[in-house]
Write a protein that binds this ligand. Structure first.
Ligand code: C6P
Length: 405
């Protein structure tokens, strides 16, 4: 069993009371909290090392550049990318998907082409593809899901065709917790020469990512769900795609030469990194990767699974409990409703007891339509959560249900 208390002690924010009760933070799928070493990395950078990167010959600029580029190598190792120039820093998964939708669209998409997504995508993995389809006359197709929250793979097989240019699915659903069979999806998509983008927002904190082993074309992760700062993430892209695709943003850093008549572009990864990057948060993201690797991603996943099972077993006893998302392959996310109590009401009463959960549609409105529900309450776990917190949460939930029934 994981010795969780020393890990928990590394997170100063957890040592507070909310509404007179010790904070129980179960909103980790939205954004996880940051260990001291991540907070310290930001402070240290601004107090000692700040200068712009890749620009100056002076000492501070070189020091900042070295630290910044070291994180690219760290992220490369974390995802097992073949080259460090396949690691593009972005603001997070949303920006990464928009980058691909824009650059891939401009480079490859023609009228009549198809983009395939799934019914359990986050709005970030729906809207950019709708925009691409509108712009280029392509069509968006959707892989349906069954009642438990599994992709219906027979429908995927039927939807996949020579017209499919790109398949974009999440590795783990933020609302259902389903872990999707992305290896099979990638293999099948490649048979019709379609590229595959994996939205790894919810997998990166829990599952070992190996982009070479998966043969993923694009894989997106956000630091803030991985114990790191907000505003920084990684787009992994296979070298060949990134070399062929047109740039996303124009500006400094992404150019080789500029005249008023013509601009030539920089090589990878800088071609996709216009402007001054988010240096401090990138460096602190490196500290977050160190944190995950120090604990071990398998250890984290195992602990979260224990918390999940411990919670589900007790929650199932509550009358009227309905779990939304019950796939066999699941991460530490529990979406639920109780009777006809509105999720906001449950969330508000839990908050009064110091418990942070997310309520609503979780940026997956089409998924809510699929289940014909207004939203859910979602509890999601991280490595610093304890079984005692789960017990306290269940007790508070029972109290809330009694109050609202
Ligand atoms: N989901 C949640 O509470 P950004 O905001 O760009 O880092 O990530 C967007 C995103 C994309 N895909 C999935 C599967 C996600 O879960 C998220 C973020 C948060 O579920 C905030 S809406």
């Amino acid at each position: 069993m994981l010795d969780v208390l020393p890990i928990r002690a590394e997170f100063p924010i957890l040592e507070q009371e909310v509404n007179g009760k010790p904070l129980i933070y179960f909103d980790n799928a939205a954004s996880s909290q940051k260990p001291r070493e991540v907070v310290e990395a930001i402070k240290r950078y601004y107090e000692h090392d700040h200068a712009n990167v890749h620009r100056g010959v002076h000492h501070l600029s070189q020091r900042a550049t070295d630290q910044f580029e070291a994180v690219r190598k760290k992220a490369q190792a974390f995802m097992n990318a073949a080259h460090d120039h396949e690691i593009i820093f972005t603001r997070g998964v949303t920006e990464s998907i928009n980058l691909i939708a824009s650059s891939f669209g401009k480079t490859y998409i023609e009228e009549g082409d198809e983009i395939l997504i799934s019914a359990m995508e986050h709005h970030s993995n729906i809207v950019p593809w709708q925009m691409l389809c509108q712009e280029w006359g392509a069509e968006l197709k959707v892989i349906p899901i069954d009642e438990e929250g599994n992709l219906i793979m027979e429908r995927f097989d039927e939807l996949l065709s020579g017209k499919t240019k790109l398949v974009a699915v999440n590795h783990v659903s933020n609302t259902l917790g389903t872990v999707n069979p992305i290896r099979e999806i990638i293999e099948k998509a490649h048979k019709v020469a379609a590229a595959v983008l994996i939205d790894g927002a919810q997998s990166a904190p829990h599952i070992k990512i190996d982009v070479q082993d998966l043969d993923a074309d694009f894989y997106c992760i956000s630091s803030h769900k991985m114990y790191g700062p907000t505003g920084i993430g990684v787009l992994y892209g296979k070298e060949q795609w990134l070399n062929e695709m047109v740039p996303y943003h124009g500006g400094g850093e992404m150019i080789e030469t500029v005249t008023f008549e013509e601009t030539t572009y920089n090589g990878l990864p800088f071609k996709f990194e216009a402007g001054t990057p988010n240096i401090a948060d990138t460096i602190a993201f490196g500290a977050a990767i160190d944190f995950i690797e120090r604990i071990g991603i398998e250890v984290i996943a195992h602990w979260e699974r224990e918390l999940h099972n411990h919670a589900v077993a007790q929650m199932a006893e509550i009358e009227g409990m309905r779990f939304v998302g019950t796939a066999a392959e699941k991460a530490g996310v529990i979406s639920f409703l109780v009777g006809d109590i509105h999720p906001y009401d449950l969330g508000a009463i839990l908050d009064q007891q110091g418990i942070a959960v997310r309520t609503g549609h979780h940026c997956t409105q089409p998924l809510m339509d699929r289940y014909q529900i207004p939203g859910t309450v979602r509890a999601s776990f991280a490595v610093y959560n304890t079984k005692q917190e789960v017990d306290d949460f269940v007790k508070a939930l029972k109290k809330a249900v009694t109050l609202l029934s």
